[in-house]
Ligand binder design. Structure first.
Ligand SMILES: Cc1cc2nc3c(=O)[nH]c(=O)nc-3n(C[C@H](O)[C@H](O)[C@H](O)COP(=O)(O)O)c2cc1C
Length: 473
């Protein structure tokens, strides 16, 4: 079943495996996608996935999440995207652009700015975002956000992409409005299940208006908030405690899924939990070393960020490891049951995600009717040839992804790639793999908007020799 085609509306997926969103620092300083981004995405297209969902492209010109991530907040970003997407589609791979706004979970900035703390209600969150306190958005701010999503949607259509996906998960702005422990508003955007949904409703309506009825429109949605994980300090404590600890449960999200269907959404991309990273969305382990790196790299931005870095630096590593790994699981196909429920309740096609990398698990997920497509991020980063291995009947790669989540945290600071030492014979091998991601020898040409001569130089092997001299583990 993995290699049977599947269609949603006019868009046909040649098989059932989709590359899930992977964001990284692959844009120029202004947010224009660069050659590294093109080569990174092309590599997945060439290795057989049926579609790629882009990183979350930012709709807001101010809230960057993080720096050097691709933007879609201005018309100038369209031509480079269009050229690269055409190259990806030429590999018989569909391209879906995911758009979003980090709201108060914006992780980095050149300088601290109030807009990076914007959310539905004031409050404090130790783990997510760098601003010390969240700032309540005015109705005018919210209307501006809806407008920005609409403009971004128009641009997505102009890029020639096959579809658009709205991020309502990951603890990003729309998710902040959905989550009852975060959204304590009493106006038309908060106070009930219906009113907390209002921002998402308005965004979907505006996006549909801009892209037209014939364009593939999906929503990335969490199946449960599970606010209690990962361990976090969040203020104020809301009442009842169940709301504070759990947020929305699957019952609420099933209602949202039905409402999204009624709004004309074409598919759901199901993840889990609240905040990036969290054990529902990226099941596996909490990466302590990388969390330390990230905390230290943002410590200058606010008192909270400095406090957070101090905690990560002062607590002994084994203790931190124990505390931060509470609730993290290594479960395969971690969100499959929730995907099944949302599919059944909404009747919409569903992309399941989270911890898939064995052939039989993907096969069973599809055959059982829990989902229509399966998306993968970390396992494909670890083994880009995974789809080909499945095609040859292999159950799993020799060195599977360990779901260590180092990549998910490193991506804010370092080039994208697999950072799990256990998967490599030496640090030299690991580094060579990371550097290889963006500079594929088979796609060395400069993008059309770049001046001639900016293509990466041919690979000489000198880099690997230098690594070979570096001490291994
Ligand atoms: C390095 C990295 C970057 C990611 N960036 C995004 C992103 O920009 N938008 C998004 O919705 N999810 C993002 N994710 C989450 C993945 O799309 C996916 O939901 C998650 O990794 C779980 O799937 P997996 O078990 O197949 O890796 C990212 C994950 C990783 C590891």
């Amino acid at each position: 079943m993995i290699f049977e085609p599947f269609s949603i509306g006019d868009v046909t997926f040649k098989n059932r495996i989709v590359r899930s969103s992977i964001g990284g620092r692959m844009a120029y300083y202004d947010g224009t996608v660069n050659n590294a981004w093109k080569n990174f995405e092309l590599r997945f297209a060439k290795t057989g996935v049926s579609a790629i969902v882009s990183a979350t492209l930012n709709v807001n010109p101010i809230r960057w999440s993080p720096l050097e991530y691709p933007q879609i907040s201005d018309d100038k970003f369209v031509p480079p995207l269009r050229e690269a997407i055409a190259a990806i589609q030429a590999e018989d791979c569909r391209y879906i652009i995911q758009i979003g706004d980090g709201g108060s979970h914006v992780q980095t900035s050149l300088f601290s700015q109030p807009q990076d703390g914007y959310g539905p209600s004031p409050g404090f969150d130790l783990l997510y975002g760098y601003r010390t306190r969240r700032t309540e958005m005015t109705v005018a701010d919210i209307e501006q956000t809806v407008h920005e999503f609409g403009q971004a949607a128009r641009r997505v259509r102009e890029t020639g992409a096959d579809g658009i996906e709205i991020t309502a998960s990951k603890g990003y702005l729309i998710h902040q409005f959905l989550n009852p422990a975060i959204n304590r508003r009493r106006d038309r955007y908060g106070g009930s299940v219906e009113r907390r949904f209002r921002l998402l409703r308005e965004v979907v309506e505006e996006v549909r208006r801009r892209v037209g009825d014939d364009f593939l429109l999906g929503v990335r949605i969490s199946a449960r908030d599970r606010n209690r994980l990962p361990l976090n300090l969040r203020w104020p404590i809301t009442w009842p405690p169940r709301t504070y600890l759990e947020g929305n449960d699957i019952g609420v999200y099933a209602r949202y899924a039905r409402w999204l269907r009624d709004l004309g959404v074409d598919y759901l991309h199901v993840s889990n939990g609240y905040g990036f990273i969290n054990p529902g969305e990226t099941p596996g382990r909490f990466p302590i070393d990388e969390a330390r790196q990230f905390a230290n790299s943002t410590r200058h931005l606010s008192a909270k960020a400095a406090f957070r870095a101090a905690i990560f630096n002062v607590l002994p590593r084994p203790l931190l490891d124990r505390i931060m790994n509470i609730g993290w699981t290594t479960g395969e196909a971690a969100n499959l049951d929730d995907a099944r429920r949302l599919r059944a309740e909404s009747g919409l096609p569903v992309i399941a995600n989270g911890g898939f990398q064995r052939r039989s698990v993907v096969q069973d997920a599809l055959a059982s009717g829990a989902c229509d497509l399966v998306s993968m991020a970390r396992p494909l980063l670890a083994n880009p040839d995974l789809v080909e291995l499945f095609r040859r009947g292999r159950e799993a790669p020799d060195r599977p992804c360990t779901l260590c989540n180092r990549c998910a945290m490193r991506t804010t600071l370092f080039p994208l790639g697999c950072y799990e030492p256990l998967r490599f014979d030496s640090s030299a091998d690991m580094e060579a793999q990371i550097l290889d991601w963006s500079a594929r020898p088979d796609v060395p040409e400069a993008l059309p908007w770049e001046p001639a001569g900016t293509a990466p130089p041919p690979r000489t092997g000198q880099g690997e020799k230098a690594f070979a001299r570096a001490p291994s583990r």
